[in-house]
Design a protein around this ligand. Sequence first.
Ligand code: PLP
Length: 372
Amino acid sequence: MRIETIAVHAGHRVDPSTGAVAPPLVLSTTFEHAPDGVASHGFIYSRSKNPNRLDLEESLTALEGGAGTAAFASGLAATMAVFQSLAPGDRVVAPTDAYYGTGAMLRDVFASWGLETVFADLADAAAAERAILPGTRLVWIETPSNPLLKITDITRLAELAHRAGAVLACDNTWPTPLLQRPLDLGADLSIHSTTKYLGGHSDVTGGAVVSRKQDAMFERIVMMQSRGGAAPSPFDCWLIQRGIRSLPYRMRGHCENAARIAAFLATHPRVAAVHYPGLPSHPGHEVARRQMSGFGGMLSIQVKGGRDAAMAVTGRVRLFTCATSLGATESLIEHRASVETPGSGTPEDLLRLSIGLEHPDDLIEDLTQALG
Ligand code: PLP
């Protein structure tokens, strides 16, 4: 089945009791069970298992070509469950450029918990090889990375991780399974902030871990849903699944618009650099072409004149909204260094743009007046 059809049909069926075509929302926290505790209807308590969550998990498993999915209340809750499935003393290799919350979690939560993290530029094959030493338990990658859009070769990193005896986890939030399927390329886990493109409308927070295998590590991650309790609400699962049904067509629009805007910005005299893997000049362009079926809707620019000039642009935009997050129908712009942990390393002249589904000419006109 093609991915557009999977997006519409996986985890989605006509309700047998009412004939409802849109899935019913099951808000009940508790379910009738047999006197001996047997789950006669398949469910006991919503934190452990809920019909809307099961449907969403089935959909994500099919989209990623995995063996199972555990959905969480946010992208970071999903990320946390992956690290919590390790043991104190384990060694993790993580990228220097990635969603700043992931690095902050490793430093602020898991360092004192006993995980040893080595940060390296994993988009650089030689640096990755030096960092991934035998005995490493988990390698975390994010490609394209947030906010510099560095491209990491998933197949190569899977080889390096497996040779060292490690699991490869790939944050696939930005490309979504529509543009990139890490499990097909050798990764063991694909992680999502479903808050972004999968939900797609800036109205829900969620996360998920999709596993290539039903193995012991995935069992621990599933255990974290119930024991840790960061389970998504039924309505959040329902909203994310509704978003997924139109994901293929939204992603086409995001990719088309971002490519137009990246080409426009690449020749703009006030722009010092454009980071977009669809540009042939991007250092990761060839790898991106190999492992992605489209280059996505995210891009970053560096503005000539430094921090003040970049901030002035965010103050002048009219159609773009100056806000955090990404992946929804409306275009957003953000000065990332201002919202990240001090010392994050993000350049002070960098603006991150989430290109929405407006007409690209309107977005270009807005950027033209804002750049001055
Ligand atoms: N991963 C990436 C690549 C992200 O961009 C984000 C948020 O921006 C997250 C994870 C965290 O997701 P959430 O905000 O749903 O916890």
